[in-house]
Design a protein around this ligand. Structure first.
Ligand code: ZN
Length: 315
């Protein structure tokens, strides 16, 4: 049994409108769910992805207005990387410049070209041109043309002080070492899928990162169903790791634990998916709440800052 790949990556933002504008208008993703942080219902939880929010394409945010800025460091996912089609880096460099986004010069990694940028809260992102792309649904009114569009994750970077224990855990989940370049070691579940890879970098003297705005909160991996999730839960308990019970996240079921270097990992089921409480055509169009919070809708809506989908309003 193996995990299937990345399910989603969740990061912390500050201003919800700025976050929404960046990921829809600048990066061309679709807002596939507008809900609240179930553990903190006075805070939004936004999910962005392809048309349906396919696992492997989903980046999510807790926008905490006024949150202090975190720092990148060990014990974190330090770079969130997306796969884009070959020959699209030029397009993205131009577009980012035009949108006033801070982006660095192009780089090469494992023979692929990429560009590094930061989002409106300083979260480090990478776009990497990949010859083999995951099959995703781009049939929506995106701010970016489909030929250049973001397709899914591509090997985000995990920075740790002692790689061995993290790598052993990845191996238990079915990852294998697929490539090495300098201190970067790439682990893959499936060589054919960009969202089934992670890169591990060991920095023995690296400063431990501070998780707040502009940093990744956790990375979620996907598993096929509830039975397989329980299998993984039992394995983690046997290793002596503290794992949460299965939590119903409405759109998937989740368990959470800290891997040995402190990165918060989640294992989430593929289903039931984002169309469980609104039709695919209307995903992200209005605030959705799980049943338990629906009774408090009025007070929740009073606390949340108003937001609007701008150029993306016709989606
Ligand atoms: Zn999550």
């Amino acid at each position: 049994m193996k995990l299937l790949g990345i399910h989603h990556i969740t990061a912390i933002a500050t201003d919800p409108q700025r976050n929404l504008d960046f990921y829809t208008d600048v990066l061309g993703l679709r807002l596939v769910k507008r809900t609240v942080n179930f553990d903190d219902p006075g805070t939004y939880h936004f999910y962005f992805g392809d048309r349906i929010g396919k696992p492997g394409t989903i980046i999510t945010f807790f926008p905490w207005p006024g949150a202090r800025r975190g720092t990148r460091g060990t014990g974190q996912v330090v770079a969130t990387s997306f796969a884009v089609p070959a020959k699209s880096i030029g397009y993205w460099s131009e577009r980012l410049k035009k949108e006033g986004v801070i982006a660095e010069e192009k780089f090469r990694r494992f023979d692929e070209e990429g560009v590094r940028l930061v989002d409106s809260d300083g979260l480090l992102l990478e776009m990497i041109a990949s010859p083999h792309l995951d099959d995703v649904d781009l049939d929506f009114a995106s701010a970016a043309p489909a030929e250049f569009a973001i397709r899914s994750f591509q090997a985000p970077t995990l920075e740790v002080q002692k790689a061995k224990s993290t790598e052993q855990l990845l191996t238990m989940f079915g990852f294998h070492l697929s490539a090495e370049e300098g201190s970067r070691r790439r682990f893959a579940l499936n060589e054919g899928s960009t969202s089934a890879r992670v890169d591990v970098i060991e920095l023995p003297d690296g400063q431990i990162g501070n998780i707040a705005a502009g940093t990744v909160h956790h990375i979620a991996f996907r598993t096929a169903n509830d039975e397989e999730q329980l299998h993984w839960r039992n394995q983690l308990v046997d290793l002596g790791l503290h794992v949460t019970p299965v939590i119903d996240r409405q759109y998937f079921h989740s368990i959470y634990f800290r891997e040995p270097n402190g990165i918060l990992f989640e294992i989430a089921t593929e289903g039931p998916g984002f169309a469980i409480d609104e039709p695919v055509e209307q995903l992200g169009g209005s605030l959705k709440l799980p049943k338990l919070l629906e009774a408090e809708r009025e007070s929740i809506e009073q606390v949340l800052p108003p937001i609007e989908l701008r150029r993306a309003a016709d989606r």
